[in-house]
Design a protein around this ligand. Structure first.
Ligand code: ADP
Ligand code: MG
Length: 713
């Protein structure tokens, strides 16, 4: 038999919970006393005030108090047993009706004083159907179901609210006094929190709504605080040796950080200087700041872990190039990984042109290479002949071995999974890591899933850009649009035509969705007969894709028909028009990314969304994209539609699920918890002080084996 003061005691030791009931409780995850204490109500009903019977209105849920005037029971037409009571108070009377609860006959007698709670209905008389009831005797202090703010829990069919409430109530009465206070007193005082015993009592059976709010804040704070502690530990672990090894805490909590203690300190020199001079333009303020932040990170003893966010076209690549050069300057290899072959090739061309003249050797590694070529690249990487490796996920294959990888850059990071980023990181010994994205990260996620990253943001676009003009038009304007594209081609510009599908299938026919292969044929043979039309899609061979991109870049192709393979990163400044077929079939962020392919040179650019949307919602979305160029606004709108988890792949981020708090609603609490947690880890990085012992234990319980995954990458 377990000690009574142990919150891990199994539920079946609670009076009134037999083997059957404990099985039912287990189904909702309630195995121990602690589980019950932390099983928060999904909502509350205010049954605290009693309504006079004469004031009852049909349709409202109310509490009444009165005396049982008469009782009757009968069997209904369907065979159900019906038990009725007439309950009166000095102002009137009401019928209470219960179905299939014959045992009520033994519970209630005429003359009993009762409290009822239920929904009021009026047929030919006023009644409450299946009301919750309680005898008044001994009610004043201990009423669980009535006469107070009452908790309502999530349940399965086998459990009733009434039963669970009584179990929770008993558990609180007997065990809450053993709940240990994990938060150090100074934090409780500074944040004006209530203590844990008070919080647990009031989260279930609040004295009033003010107390409920205090209880909720306390419980959510603790949850967020432990999450933020984990993030703080994680961040700290990347950079210092200050963990207390003797406690056995550090190695288990931060598996993999042991070696991460030392980064490679890299400093700028001659090479970086020549690189900066060779750039054809001046950096924007945002770029300069990001470069400075990156240089500061990379010169430090801790490995950099930085996110660079900036809208499409803000010039993230050249910022990354600064970091790549810095690594080369200091004798380290580096890698930049992109989500598509097309983008990897483009980076390769850009970086080779820029860096080869400086004596930096850039190589390309993608999936579609022939075996001999691939082997050669492998050995160049191994022998350190390759300074910078540009590629796709082909880089993370096991066969790729670096001599000394000092920096990993991940472009369009949201296109990669957590695991892929982690593997790349492990290709070196604590490399600096820079991840880049054009999809702004909402602040809730910036403090949690991405919470141990430093963030640089480029807010402005390079000077001399004309904003992209976006038009949404319907099918009847198609020929007019072709005419418009011809005008642009006539003055030497180039155009993209983007289709949702590659080629014709039963699906494309049924849904009237355009496919690249057919559109290409049509444009080439019927529409743009005087111009060069090219085709690009994901099923073409690497060689063909490469040729199409090069020809488009050189201007040999004037109209490029493609699928979303061009969605990310592609940079052809002379392209000034993009026509998107079936635009209503794309997500908002995707449309924004696509349109980011144009407006990159000094010419006015136009994005034409061609769509006959079937629904109002789709039309709304097209209007939204027509009206704003702000990637952040678009990301927020997209998130409203799809939910943040889906959008950022946070379902696999490795964080334990948030049980009590609500990320959006309780953001303020998260911020406070973060400040306290980071300050605490700064002061006591190993959580070795006496008053931090329980925190350490909870942190360990909650994050066992998972801390490695928390960081993005
Ligand atoms: P993204 O942030 O979307 O990855 P890119 O790095 O592809 O953007 O840059 C978009 C274009 O802007 C490229 O043609 C790049 O050469 C150009 N560019 C970047 N920075 C500047 C700048 N400071 N001034 C002028 N053009 C720039
Ligand atoms: Mg880019």
């Amino acid at each position: 038999m377990q000690e009574k003061n142990d919150l891990k005691t199994l539920v079946r030791y609670i009076k009134g919970v037999g083997p059957k009931k404990s099985e039912y409780l287990a189904k909702v995850g309630l195995n121990t006393i602690e589980d019950i204490l932390y099983y928060l109500p999904k909502r509350y009903e205010d049954r605290s005030s009693v309504t006079a019977i004469k004031d009852l209105r049909s349709g409202e849920s109310r509490t009444i108090q009165g005396e049982i005037a008469s009782l009757s029971s009968r069997t209904g037409r369907s065979g159900a047993s019906i038990f009725q009571a007439v309950v009166s108070d000095p102002t009137g009377s009401i019928h209470a009706v219960w179905f299939n609860q014959p045992y009520l006959r033994d519970m209630l007698k005429a003359g009993d004083k009762v409290v009822l709670y239920g929904k009021v209905e009026r047929y030919d008389r006023l009644q409450m159907v299946q009301p919750e009831y309680e005898l008044m005797e001994g009610l004043e202090t201990d009423s669980v179901n009535i006469g107070r703010i009452v908790p309502v829990y999530s349940l399965t069919a086998e459990l009733t609210q009434r039963f669970l409430r009584s179990i929770v109530f008993k558990t609180i009465c007997e065990y809450v006094k053993f709940a240990a206070e994990r938060l150090p007193t100074y934090i409780i005082a500074r944040q004006k929190l209530v203590d844990i015993k008070f919080a647990l009592r009031n989260i279930h059976f609040p004295t009033n709504f003010e107390m409920l709010e205090k209880a909720y804040k306390r419980i959510v704070f603790e949850e967020f605080f432990i999450l933020q502690l984990a993030l703080a530990v994680r961040r700290k672990g990347r950079g210092t040796e200050s963990f207390d090894k003797s406690s056995g805490f550090r190695p288990e909590l931060s598996r993999g950080t042991e070696e991460a203690a030392f980064g490679h300190s890299m400093t700028a020199g001659e090479l970086s200087g020549s690189f900066k001079k060779a750039l054809p333009f001046e950096l924007t303020e945002g770029q300069k700041k990001a470069v400075a932040e990156i240089e500061r990170d990379m010169s430090g003893a801790r490995p950099m872990n930085r996110l660079l966010e900036g809208d499409v076209g803000s010039g993230k690549t050249v910022v990354a190039a600064h970091a790549l050069v810095l690594a080369a300057q200091n004798g380290f290899q580096s890698v930049i990984m992109a989500p598509t072959e097309v983008l990897a090739r483009q980076h390769f061309i850009y970086l080779s042109e820029l860096l080869m003249p400086l004596g930096i050797n850039v190589v390309l590694l993608i999936g579609g290479m022939d075996a001999r070529m691939r082997e050669r690249i492998y050995s160049e990487i191994k022998d350190e002949k390759a300074d910078i490796v540009v590629g796709t996920h082909a880089i993370i294959e096991a066969a790729v071995k670096f001599k000394n990888l000092g920096l990993a850059v991940i472009d369009e990071q949201h296109k990669f999974g957590v695991a892929q980023r982690a593997i790349l990181r492990r290709k070196g010994l604590n490399p600096h890591v820079l991840i880049m994205t054009a999809t702004p990260i909402p602040r809730t996620l910036a403090l949690t899933v991405y919470g141990d990253l430093d963030i640089s943001t480029i807010k402005e676009l390079p000077k001399g850009r004309f904003p992209i003009v976006t038009y949404w038009v319907e099918e009847d304007k198609r020929d007019q649009m072709y005419g418009f594209i011809k005008e642009e081609l006539e003055i030497g510009r180039q155009a993209y035509v983007v289709c949702p599908l590659i080629d014709s299938t039963a699906y494309s026919v049924k849904h009237k969705a355009q496919n690249a292969v057919e559109v290409y044929e049509k444009l080439k043979n019927e529409v743009f007969t005087n111009y060069e039309v090219g085709l690009l899609h994901g099923r073409m061979s690497s060689k063909e894709k490469d040729k199409a991109m090069r020809d488009f870049k050189k201007g040999k192709i004037e109209v490029l028909v493609s699928t979303v393979v061009i969605e990310v990163g592609i940079d052809i400044p002379n392209a000034s028009v993009m026509l998107i077929e079936n635009a209503d079939r794309f997500g908002l962020s995707q449309l924004h990314q696509l349109r980011g392919r144009i407006g990159r040179g000094g010419c006015k650019s136009y994005c034409i969304l061609l769509a006959d949307p079937g629904t109002d919602a789709a039309a709304e979305r097209l209007k939204a994209i027509e009206e704003t160029l702000d990637g952040f606004e678009i990301a927020e709108a997209d998130m409203d539609l799809r939910g943040p988890g889906e959008m950022f792949g946070t379902k696999q981020h490795g964080l334990p699920e948030i049980r009590f708090g609500n990320l959006a609603k309780d953001f303020g609490i998260m911020e406070l918890a973060r400040i306290e947690a980071f300050a605490l880890i700064e002061k006591d990085p190993g959580l070795s002080e006496e008053h931090h012992q329980l925190l350490k234990k909870s942190l360990y319980e909650r994050f066992r084996g998972r801390l490695e995954l928390i960081r993005v990458g």
